[in-house]
Design a binder for this molecule. Sequence first.
Ligand code: GAL
Length: 427
Amino acid sequence: MHLKRRWVAAVALFALVGLLASCGGGNDNQQAGGSAADKVEVFSWWTGGGEAKGLEAMIADFKKNNPNIQFVNAAVAGGSGTNAKAVLASRLQANQPPDSFQGHAGAELMDYIKAGQLEPLDSLYDQLKLRDAFPQQLIDQITFEGHVYSVPVNIHRANVLWFSPKVLKEAGIAKPPATIQEFITDLKQVKDKTGKIPLSLGAQWTAAHLLDAVMLGDLGVDGWNALWKQGADWKSPQVTRALGDYNTILQYTNTEAASTDWQLAAKDVVDGKAAFNIMGDWAAGYFKELGKTPKVDYDWAASPGTDGAYQWLSDSFTLPKGAPHRDAAIAWLTEAASRQGQDLFNPQKGSIPARKDADTGLYKDYLAWALEQWQSGKLAGSMWHGVTANNAWHTNIDTSVGLFLKNKDVANFQKSLVDAATSGLAQ
Ligand code: GAL
């Protein structure tokens, strides 16, 4: 009897704690149910080194606009979401979605949509008049069967060649290379004349990012875009040539950096340790955070062979089905969609706004160039950052790159890319 009373008391206490948590009294780690607007858990991979600043600026504005909603930042470290995407996949699998998560516009987002993991956002788009706010080509990449599924917060450029004016001068290179062949010549020249790192590289994903840029440089926009559509020819001599060039370029990279992320590789350029780095323009946000001076500590150009091409990607936020705090998630999406939110976020992040009506005066130096290039450039999607290949195809390419970095067998590499494309296009 005594024992039973204790058991009843324990159950009652448990129920009370549960009730308090769902009323907003829980801490950040508790999973509360319902659609309460008391807190919002936002999932991304922006944790630091140029990644977090922009997010923090948008969070501050969100808190000002929503003083009653607690913001839970569920960012998982690791450039380009390598770790975050795995964590997210297991949460979605277990039906424990965050309230909103970062996903790339294009094929990556389509995966989530087709798996039935996202709610459409048509009414939010109508309410906030977002169909007019974003460029049509971007809306197309987040729309499936007539419904729109995410809120794009930015447009990043992947094909940027960052370089150290000092190291180039030391190597006797007057201007950045305009073609892949010029690039190879310059890399050799840096190596021979300065002994510095010709092209800095970081974790394996940065090598996959480099592959995107080299292939675009050799194949051109039309050739690149054709690789992701039915009828794509990955066996072509043009692809063989691009992969051969990629192999040559890799010989000028620093292999000891493979255990670091993109930040340290980019930092080699602004520290005058490396001549070149090919990285997306989140590097501009990082250089700003480091207090580096554009055109002095670093300069930029289209990655070799890609002048006039914008290899784009876009970070967007979603509303997962079963989001524990749906109303708060809508409040977050409203912030992410707003002109104010985007103008606070992007100048720090190193991206241009997804909205067409942003305050262009806020986008200076590299970003002024990016804005102008976005208007005039020909669009090519980024493979590594989710535009052209879905998650399965992306994983297969990643595996092929990993193997190639070890064995440097170009023929085998091409064969595995052909196989990856065959199954990728069949889905
Ligand atoms: C990209 C993402 C960018 C940036 C980058 C490096 O995939 O879209 O916003 O975070 O990874 O982590």
